[in-house]
Design a protein around this ligand. Structure first.
Ligand code: HEM
Length: 335
């Protein structure tokens, strides 16, 4: 069952941000942790479209990018993430600080690592992370800490909240290549005309986000695949899979072939650099399984899908299977 189900009586036209309470973890960890970290490492190391050498080494470019001058913000992110993990999951993660000498234990991955906070070059390399001792360049702080969590981690900075760095392995239809260097408004160019009040409000939220008062919100979609990595270069394959599936979808079987994809997004103003950490944690479940586990899922999904603006359904890529999905949900009943 999904940990969140952001479907109420109708499509939500507001940003839907809520304060993250002190008892709530910034970073969530679940049973898929090891598998998702392994997938991230594999994407970052072997499956990088920028890797033209064929040597299988991570070439910064597709899944991780950082603009010059973002080092302080990256260390800020590392501190926020490690502190949160060790506070909320002390049985699994431990951070000890001796001045700037930090010792990190990640019992889930069997890692025990010492580094100097703020000193580039003291973090391990990607290959050591994988248990391979071939010497390699130390990872950038954001790239290293991104491999400790299931979330995608993005950094926005400046008055226009410009995307300046990110590790994005599980992006939903976008990639760093397309958005790095763009301010918040330009990042959302395809969305702004669909839900203008929501995006204007979101811009104000970004500009006014105070230190120590993180926010979170949920985003949702329906997909014909449960693949986590839906970054742009995966889209031709995913579109081909969808084209093959569409003729076979019926009001009797759609729920078995479609997946609900939820993003738990967090926004945190970083104390030293003043930049913003945007975390995206992706959860997936088969539509039929979610409806079996959650008796009110079908009526809630129907209520939202029937009130979602047509342009938003087009944007989310739901239109090709909307009718068959509504028919499948209606067979389950409106509750
Ligand atoms: C309050 C904050 C935010 C709100 C309300 C918001 C809202 C949205 C919405 C409604 C969409 C359409 C996707 C969908 O509904 O399936 C979207 C897409 C997207 N958002 Fe946000 N967002 C926020 C913060 C951010 C931040 C901080 C980033 C930073 C990278 C970001 C990056 C994106 C990207 C890259 C897309 C896809 C755009 C495309 O297809 O070209 N969002 N956002």
């Amino acid at each position: 069952m999904l940990p969140y189900f952001p479907f109420q009586q109708q499509f939500n036209e507001r940003p839907g941000t809520l304060p993250l309470k002190p008892a709530d973890a910034l970073i969530e960890v679940d049973a898929h942790y090891e598998a998702e970290i392994a997938l991230k490492n594999s994407l970052l190391t072997h499956d990088n479209p920028s890797d033209r050498s064929g040597a299988g080494q991570a070439v910064p470019g597709y899944y991780f990018q950082a603009s010059p001058g973002t080092e302080a913000a990256q260390w800020d992110v590392l501190e926020a993430v490690l502190t949160d993990l060790s506070r909320h999951r002390p049985d699994q993660f431990n951070l000890q600080k001796d001045g700037n000498q930090w010792h990190w234990q990640n019992h889930r991955l069997g890692l025990s690592q010492t580094f100097t906070f703020g000193a580039s070059g003291t973090l391990p390399s990607g290959s050591v992370q994988e248990g391979n001792n071939v010497p390699d360049a130390p990872l950038a702080p954001l790239d290293w800490v991104g491999r400790q969590v299931q979330d995608d981690l993005l950094i926005l900075d400046g008055p226009d909240a410009t995307l300046v760095a990110g590790q994005l392995c599980f992006g939903n239809g976008w990639s760093l290549d397309e958005k790095i260097g763009l301010p918040f408004t330009a990042i959302h160019a395809p969305i702004n005309p669909i839900v203008p009040p929501m995006m204007q409000a979101a811009q104000t939220i970004m500009a006014r986000l105070p230190v120590g008062k993180p926010l979170w919100r949920l985003n949702w979609s329906l997909k014909a695949s449960d693949q986590l990595d839906m970054t742009t270069h995966r889209m031709p394959d995913l579109n081909a899979q969808l084209a093959n599936l569409l003729p076979t979808l019926t009001a009797a079987n759609a729920g078995e072939h479609l997946f609900i994809r939820i993003e738990r997004q967090t926004l945190t103003r970083l104390p030293r650099s003043g930049a913003i950490l945007f975390g995206i944690r992706t959860y997936l479940n088969r539509l039929a399984d979610e409806c079996r586990a959650r008796p009110d899922a079908a009526p809630r999904l129907l209520a939202v899908l029937e009130t979602t603006p047509p342009a938003m359904l087009d944007y989310k890529g739901i239109r090709p299977f909307l009718d068959v999905t509504l028919a499948w949900l209606n067979r389950l009943g409106r509750g």
